[in-house]
Write a protein that binds this ligand. Structure first.
Ligand code: HEC
Ligand code: HEC
Length: 364
């Protein structure tokens, strides 16, 4: 031990194996850091919600039991007092809700209509909620405006169209992209042609590509039915083969039909196939093979155009033969339950603006 009575010795008197502990003041930088830290903590405590405290406890009704309970609280900080809760747009109790609880036997409630359901002053979360509410308020204005506009009016108005397209992009991603692809390009599933989904970005339409018709497709859904052998059981395998060759030839251009169903090209090769086609297939695909979309608006049954080399299920001989022999049943689900009218309208605008939209019903 050192001699601790020596006034010039600034040792604490602790010594281990010759190492003495001195009583020097801490370095200045450290002391400043310490005092700044203390100041920060104190100011933070005063300004922001921080410490769990009784004064923050608050009466609320427990929605399950109907009992009045105290909920956890915390010091609110002068942010809350100075601003008297500008950030919290909390819900308040309505008389009907309180009466509901009283009717269930909780007569002792001291909460009155208009009391905040839960109030906790300024918190980062409440500030965020407030920002979100501001954004929602702006959006709500736009959405209300969209509701009153027709799809054509939306397309013609730059500002509203841009807003609608942005919103519809999200709706499309959430509801449609799984089948139609993120950009609406569809999919051709070579291994399982029945699991193919149509391209919505081209100008080839099964049901019609003007906005009202697209909205109808989304609202009601579509159930297409290409019956096996076109519904004609008398077709032989050889008939199916020659029809498959004929259909592929119509797309490739080595055969062509006029609107009356007469061959204008390939007459020598496909005369007998065309007889079968006109008997069995023309009822749905039309005499020219151009599909049901050229008929009246009421008869759009989704029967594809067989002359345009755009294939819903695949245009190789094997797949076409399989389509004719076994039929196809494409189902577009209905979104009437899932999406409101305005959402469907702006989705129709988005699909129309993918590029292949028609301006109006071509048969009108
Ligand atoms: C009752 C109406 C109906 C008849 C009759 C009919 N089809 Fe179809 N066909 C359809 C419909 C609807 C589709 C679309 C099916 C779908 O999208 O699921 C279709 C699709 C097709 C396709 C697929 C086209 C593609 O893009 O992949 C081919 C090929 C086809 N039909 C050929 C024929 C042939 C050949 C006949 C005559 C033997 C025939 N169809 C008779 C309604 C019919
Ligand atoms: C479960 C898969 C699936 C989902 C999800 C789906 N679709 Fe479809 N959609 C289809 C199929 C299959 C068809 C083709 C029906 C047929 O074979 O005739 C189709 C057809 C369409 C057509 C008609 C195209 C034409 O050529 O006339 C439109 C438009 C369309 N879908 C839009 C949408 C929109 C918008 C959504 C999202 C709200 C959506 N689809 C969601 C499967 C789906």
């Amino acid at each position: 031990m050192s001699d601790h009575n020596d006034p010039n010795d600034n040792s604490t008197g602790h010594e281990w194996d010759g190492i003495r502990e001195l009583n020097n003041p801490p370095p200045k930088w450290w002391a400043w850091g310490f005092y700044l830290g203390l100041t920060f903590v104190t100011l933070y405590y005063i300004i922001y919600p921080s410490t769990p405290l009784n004064n923050g406890f608050q009466k609320v009704i427990n929605g399950v039991t109907g009992m009045e309970v105290l909920v956890d609280g915390h010091s609110k900080g002068i942010m809350a007092m100075v601003n008297s809760n500008p950030y919290y747009k909390g819900e308040t109790w309505t008389q009907a809700e309180i009466d509901g609880f009283k009717a269930k036997g909780h007569a002792e409630l001291s909460i009155k209509a208009g009391d905040l359901k839960y109030q906790d002053g300024w918190t980062a979360i409440n500030e965020m909620r407030d920002d979100v509410a501001d954004i929602e308020a702006v959006r709500a204005g736009y959405i209300e405006k969209l509701a009153g506009m027709s799809a054509q009016q939306i397309i013609a108005d730059d500002e509203m169209r841009n807003f609608a397209l942005g919103r519809a992009r999200v709706l499309f991603g959430d509801n449609c992209a799984a089948c139609h692809g993120s950009g609406g390009q569809g999919t051709l599933n070579k291994a399982h042609p029945g699991n193919s989904f149509p391209n919505l970005t081209d100008d080839d339409w099964l049901y019609g590509g003007w906005t009202d018709k697209i909205a109808e497709t989304i609202t009601e859904g579509r159930e297409a039915e290409m019956p096996a052998k076109g519904g004609n059981d008398e077709l032989t395998d050889a008939n199916v083969d020659s029809l498959a060759q004929f259909v592929v030839a119509l797309s490739e251009g080595s055969a062509a039909l006029n609107d009356d169903g007469n061959l204008t090209r390939g007459a020598s090769t496909f005369a007998s196939a065309n007889v079968l086609f006109q008997e069995t297939c023309a009822a749905c695909h039309s005499a020219s093979g151009k599909g049901s979309l050229i008929g009246s608006a009421d008869s759009y049954g989704g029967a594809a155009n067989l002359t345009d080399s755009i294939w819903r299920f695949g245009g190789d001989m094997k797949t076409v033969r399989d389509t004719i022999a076994n039929g196809r049943k494409g189902t577009m689900p209905s979104f009437a339950e899932k999406l409101d009218e305005t959402s469907i309208k702006i989705l129709a605008v988005r699909i129309h603006q993918f590029g292949g939209g028609m301006n109006s019903d071509p048969t009108e």
